[in-house]
Unconditional design. Structure first.
Length: 153
């Protein structure tokens, strides 16, 4: 039996937070590099400017409270560091692949009972990871699909 869980993060780049700094330190980012990345998170502001409209009509500057501002070049790689430990929840009967804010988990087991038990365990582990990482899946874009072979008579 083979199944796939396809997850998408809820407001992916908005959920990246101080946990990333802890992960960067764990991966060996220290001293000057650490301070440089930390400074990227602090005192950041952004606003929306509409084309062909005077500066008086611009939206107010708003402080960014999370790590990865929208449209930044550093956001996606920092997000990947943030989610880098997610595949560690995998066991021998599953494979987790990360791509930007999408996560695919493929589960395979020839035994129906073991397949269901692995599936339940993976869902519990994913939920635990999301809770620990202070993020959540986008349930409108998260799906489970079981793959079956077509039997031709």
């Amino acid at each position: 039996m083979v199944g796939g869980i396809f997850c998408n993060f809820q407001k992916a780049f908005d959920c990246v937070n101080h946990i990333l700094l802890t992960k960067l330190a764990f991966y060996g980012i220290k001293e000057t590099s650490y301070k440089l990345i930390k400074s990227y998170f602090e005192g950041r502001y952004q606003r929306v400017v509409l084309n062909n409209i005077s500066l008086d009509s611009c939206f107010k500057w708003v402080e960014i409270k999370h790590v990865a501002p929208r449209g930044s070049l550093r956001g996606p790689p920092l997000f990947l560091v943030y989610t880098n430990d997610l595949p560690k929840i995998s066991n021998d009967n599953s494979n987790i692949d990360l791509f930007a804010d999408y996560t695919s988990i493929i589960i395979a087991n020839p035994n129906c009972t073991n397949f269901k038990n692995t599936l339940i365990k993976i869902f519990q582990d994913i939920n635990s990871w999301f809770n620990t990482s202070l993020s959540s899946p986008n349930f409108n874009k998260t799906h489970f699909m079981q793959f079956v072979t077509k039997i031709v008579p």
